[in-house]
Design a protein around this ligand. Structure first.
Ligand code: ADP
Ligand code: MG
Length: 259
């Protein structure tokens, strides 16, 4: 039976799209069948991040009953399947968000993991993604405002009887002004799936229209996204400090053999 995850946040701009793409491509790299779906129809980003901004058939056409879901699936160079939403504002008119649930039921027959990149907040779009999913992945930054908003989203998902699979903390810098990981875990009463550091490689991968796990496989963020996806698959991997560097890499740095 396919698993359906809604990747959501309370606050906007925390790293949902980045996390959806990197978890999706990580699962694919681990040999899983994955479809990434752009469920953020008013401000879609998946196509932009992955270099397919304009495609003939989008998720919008499917929701409007104008196309079949199979015809809106595109394959990224990583082999991960992607369903982009339309960038045209006109295409968001007359969309019945309740249809998302039925469409996902069909999609479940042709893949094993469906990751929905959702809209932020508690509006109609975010609610539709939660309704269509079985499991919820919450994305937050280590800041009180983002974590407080994440808590509201968790409450909403719990009211809908959805399983909170865990939290992805992104853009972690290890600064004293940040909320500690243990406090985030306590406040949200949820499992931490991954702590992704602030990493320039993420920006570079986005300018290359790809996921960091493919463009910079050895980067700190890539290692953490791979570990997070293994935790999604149920592997028991201990949470480690994502900023930790190995003895050898420190030695090379001191000797100035490596940047
Ligand atoms: P959302 O989908 O929640 O709006 P995005 O995934 O689009 O958020 O990310 C928002 C911004 O943050 C983007 O400019 C992205 O490049 C940046 N970003 C996300 N994660 C990281 C990271 N780990 N390190 C550096 N920049 C990041
Ligand atoms: Mg986004």
């Amino acid at each position: 039976m396919a698993r359906v995850y809604a990747v959501i946040s309370g606050k906007g701009g925390v790293g949902k799209t980045t996390s959806t793409i990197n978890l999706g491509t990580s699962l694919n790299k681990l040999g899983e069948e994955v479809v990434i779906l752009d469920g953020n129809l008013t401000t879609p980003n998946i196509g932009i991040h992955l270099g397919a901004p304009i495609v003939p058939i989008t998720f919008n056409h499917v929701l409007k009953g104008e196309a079949k879901i199979e015809d809106a699936i595109y394959e990224h160079e990583s082999g991960t399947k992607v369903i982009p939403a339309s960038l045209s504002l006109n295409e968001t008119e007359k969309i019945d968000y309740k249809k998302m649930n039925d469409v996902i039921k069909k999609l479940k027959k042709i893949t094993n993991h469906i990751l929905i990149d959702s809209a932020a907040g508690l509006g109609e779009e975010a609610r539709a993604a939660i309704d269509a999913a079985d499991e919820i992945i919450i994305v937050t930054n280590p800041e009180m405002s983002a974590v407080t908003d994440a808590l509201k989203t968790i409450k909403l998902a719990e009211e809908k009887n959805k399983k909170i699979l865990g939290i992805i903390i992104t853009r972690y810098r290890g600064a004293r002004t940040e909320m500690p990981v243990s406090s985030i875990r306590e406040m949200l009463e949820s499992n931490i799936l991954g702590v992704i550091p602030e990493d320039e490689s993420i920006k570079e991968s986005q300018s290359l229209k790809n996921s960091v796990i493919l463009t910079h496989p050895k980067s700190k963020s890539s290692i953490q996204y791979i570990n997070a996806s293994k935790r999604v698959l149920g592997e028991n991997i201990k949470l480690e400090n994502p900023l930790k560097t190995s003895f050898l890499s420190n030695l090379f740095k001191t000797l100035r053999l490596k940047k």
